[in-house]
Design a protein. Structure first.
Length: 347
């Protein structure tokens, strides 16, 4: 797969690119804060309402046909970002441009026609499929909602082709099965087929293989990459596994506590990471060598997104943190050609 990278060469703080037909998704200063319910005593004392800063001011863009990985620990804001992109949740601040159109201000009725162009594959195939529906109806549902197919026969033919696309053949063997009659891998294939049956321009894949047996993960990943290339879709691929991200993605963005720490081409980011957090994530990847001694470059627990540390979000765990890191938030800047990092070591 050809690696797709940005073409900006100046060392400057990253902003979302301007209107450009090559960008399917463009995000500017995107935030999502979830309010926490106040308890009895907090209400009595009139304390300010606390919020979970799940996504806290991020900028990025995804080119047509590109697979952008979002990676990081649990609680970094990856899944919330993915749900924001397809408008399953509304942002607190910021803008999301889909094919140049700001979709953050649209009402649900205005978003509905866009659903055929924007789809999501959820992490858990055991919960994302309705157990009361047969495979045929699960995959056909998006077609019927969007009124695609003049006859039921046309709808069924598209469903069969979708099953062929995910290598569930012969398709007639699966049409009338319920989800509980399928294996975990087959269920996720159905979920992938449902997402791609509308030929969407943009897909969010939220850890689509993390719940599957290791033996079939590669099959599903290769299948998805082939489908993306065949359909010409653009994908944001969410994962905590950097080895998977390198295999699947053209570029990878590393998230931590609602911020983007680093972004670059997959090969460059994995082989030559700049940010201490990225270096720590890569150091944590298992190595099949019993003589290899791992160097601990990260310590402590991820802070609460309710009260993130001032300055750099990573300063409580970073081995290189200094005074500036404690008070000043680093901008995401281009350190090397097409390689961006938010770290005071480079500014």
């Amino acid at each position: 797969m050809e690696t797709i990278t940005e073409k900006t060469r100046e060392k400057k703080a990253v902003e979302a690119p301007g209107d450009n037909e090559d960008y399917v998704i463009r995000v500017e200063k995107l935030k999502k804060h979830f309010p926490l319910k106040k308890g009895f005593f907090e209400t009595l004392l009139s304390r300010e309402e606390a919020t979970v800063k799940a996504v806290d001011g991020i900028n990025f863009a995804v080119k047509k046909g590109e697979i952008l990985g979002l990676a990081g620990e649990s609680g970094s804001g990856k899944t919330t970002t993915g749900r924001l992109l397809v408008r399953l949740v509304a942002p607190t601040e910021g803008s999301i441009f889909f094919n140049g159109k700001d979709i953050t201000k649209l009402t649900e009725s205005e978003v509905r026609p866009l659903r055929k162009e924007m789809q999501i594959i959820f992490q858990d195939p055991f919960e994302s499929l309705d157990p009361r529906m047969i495979v045929k109806d699960i995959i056909a549902e998006p077609l019927r909602v969007q009124k695609i197919g003049r006859t039921e026969g046309e709808v069924e033919e598209r469903v069969k082709q979708a099953l062929v696309d995910v290598e569930m053949v012969p398709p007639d063997e699966y049409l009338f099965r319920f989800p509980h009659e399928l294996s975990g891998g087959q269920r996720q294939r159905v979920a992938v087929a449902r997402a791609f049956v509308l030929d969407p321009k943009f897909v969010v894949a939220d850890e689509p293989v993390s719940m599957l047996d290791v033996s079939i993960r590669a099959e599903i990943l290769n299948l998805m990459v082939d489908l993306v290339q065949k359909k010409g879709s653009t994908v944001v691929f969410i994962t905590h596994d950097l080895a998977v991200a390198k295999h699947v993605c053209d570029r990878i963005a590393i998230m931590y506590l609602g911020k983007i720490m680093e972004i670059s081409s997959s090969d460059k980011l994995i082989d030559s990471p700049l940010h201490p957090y990225t270096q720590a994530l890569i150091a944590a990847v298992p190595v099949p060598d019993p003589s290899y001694k791992r160097t601990d470059v990260i310590s402590g627990e991820i802070p609460s997104p309710v009260n993130p540390p001032p300055g750099c979000r990573f300063n409580t765990r970073c081995p290189y943190a200094h005074d500036r890191c404690l008070i000043e938030e680093p901008a995401l800047v281009e350190v090397e050609a097409d390689h961006y990092a938010a770290c005071h070591l480079y500014t």
